[in-house]
Design a protein around this ligand. Structure first.
Ligand SMILES: [Zn+2]
Ligand SMILES: [Zn+2]
Length: 150
């Protein structure tokens, strides 16, 4: 397969972006570097790259398909607070068995980890601290004063 400029561009964009972008967000970035490129072309080119084995499609059950240049075996962590998606390596795959699924041919087990990413964890700690400050008597007195002066 030929390495068209569109393929080259999307390949580069995906490799400098580990956020598992959607086609729409890749379209936004790509338009800046290749004005006039259409969303249709983005979808088509992503499909071609997937066929070439350069990226995989990731569906984490939250609507949009994500594009992932990491072709190694890995699972994903989804931050329920900001929506960030991170790669998670599972060195020893869990041996899950589909309990009542006798006769089903399980070919793949996908695990999605949910929680809060380290950035949200930190900013949540920040929020807790500012809540404590708000509760401090000094600031509360100020607030009451301001209400009265209105
Ligand atoms: Zn987060
Ligand atoms: Zn990934």
């Amino acid at each position: 397969m030929k390495l068209t400029p569109q393929r080259q561009l999307l390949f580069n964009l995906l490799h400098e972006n580990d956020s598992h972008p959607t086609a729409e967000s890749l379209f936004e970035i790509a338009s800046k570097q290749m004005p006039g490129i259409s969303l249709r072309t983005i979808y088509q080119t992503l499909g071609e790259l997937a066929e070439m084995g350069e990226l995989q499609l990731v569906d984490l059950g939250n609507g949009a398909t994500r594009f992932d240049p990491n072709m190694g075996e890995h699972q994903h962590f989804v931050c329920d607070s900001c929506g960030a998606i991170h790669d998670v390596d599972i060195t020893s795959a869990p041996r899950l068995r589909a309990g009542s699924a006798d006769g089903f041919a399980v070919e793949e087990i996908g695990v999605v980890f949910h929680g809060r990413c380290n950035r949200c964890n930190l900013s949540n700690q920040g929020k807790l601290e500012s809540q404590q400050i708000k509760r401090s008597p000094g600031l509360q007195a100020k607030k009451i004063k301001r209400v009265k002066s209105n």
